[in-house]
Design a protein around this ligand. Structure first.
Ligand code: HEM
Ligand code: HEM
Length: 222
């Protein structure tokens, strides 16, 4: 067995991974979400909302489908204004996203909280959720549906940034654009990734208000 020292910022303890299982039930009052996670999460949430609303205004200038977004819920006023918002928030989103990914990997948080995802558990937890039997008693442990949705939105976030870069600089980054099957396909990929993120957001915000103390834990950590 390889023994590896893991530093847990939530507890400021260094555990041996072989023993980590013993430490899986946190003592009362322990930090559920470390400060770096809360900061990156809320910066990401604001940046995402700006990207979505300005993206919808950009879309309206040349719709891909036979519908437009009502201008009351878009940002920027017109195409050029929306592009300015989109490119300004893009830096916040991308830099903050890289910080979140690096810390999530380096601290072992992703491995501990989001993995493994077992299909059987996803099915069982989805059933339990629809019949109102899914427990949210221990906020420090994600159920299988949460794990799947969080990993899914992280992947959608990576795809939307990469496809965004592909349509922003299709000449300079032509290999990336080609990877998405060209400019036009990259635009569709970008759009559908947005739709996935918005779908996640609707469920996520409802759950944040429905599950007691989960929003508080994402704000003050406990
Ligand atoms: C690094 C990050 C990103 C970059 C570089 C980027 C870049 C772009 C560019 C250049 C366009 C204009 C495409 C065109 O001319 O048709 C665009 C459109 C759009 N973006 Fe982004 N974007 C990024 C992230 C996001 C995010 C996070 C969202 C929403 C969650 C988003 C939503 C949209 C939408 C809805 C459109 C309009 C779709 C269309 O009609 O083509 N983007 N983006
Ligand atoms: C598009 C914007 C958002 C994205 C992509 C997002 C994504 C995520 C992810 C990936 C996690 C898990 C983090 C981890 O443990 O590593 C999380 C947790 C959480 N988020 Fe968001 N979030 C967004 C917006 C929001 C908003 C607007 C709210 C509240 C109104 C919110 C409330 C929470 C809460 C309470 C948690 C704690 C985890 C839980 O108990 O389920 N999020 N979010």
């Amino acid at each position: 067995m390889t023994i590896e020292a893991v530093h847990d910022p939530a507890t400021s303890q260094t555990n041996l991974s072989g023993l980590r299982k013993l430490d899986s039930s946190p003592p009362v009052g322990r930090t559920i979400h470390p400060l770096w996670l809360r900061l990156t999460h809320w910066i990401n949430a604001v940046a995402m909302v700006v990207m979505i609303a300005s993206g919808w205004e950009i879309y309206n200038a040349s719709p891909l489908f036979p519908f437009s977004f009502p201008s009351s819920i878009t940002l920027g006023g017109w195409l050029a204004g929306a592009l300015l918002w989109h490119f300004a928030a893009m830096w916040v989103l991308a830099v903050n996203g890289v910080v979140y990914l690096v810390l999530g990997l380096a601290t072992g948080r992703f491995r501990r909280k989001l993995l493994p995802i077992r299909p059987g558990e996803v099915i069982a937890d989805t059933r339990a959720a629809f019949t109102g039997r899914l427990s949210h008693d221990d906020l420090s442990v994600y159920n299988a549906v949460q794990k799947l949705l969080y990993l899914g939105v992280i992947v959608a976030g990576i795809v939307i940034v990469l496809s965004g870069l592909a349509i922003w600089k299709p000449v300079q980054l032509q290999e990336l654009t080609a990877l998405f099957g060209g400019y036009d396909t990259a635009r569709y990929v970008h759009f559908f990734a947005m739709a996935a993120i918005v779908g996640f957001l609707v469920i996520h915000v409802v759950m944040a208000f429905v599950v007691p103390k989960s929003l508080r834990a994402m704000i003050i950590g406990r």
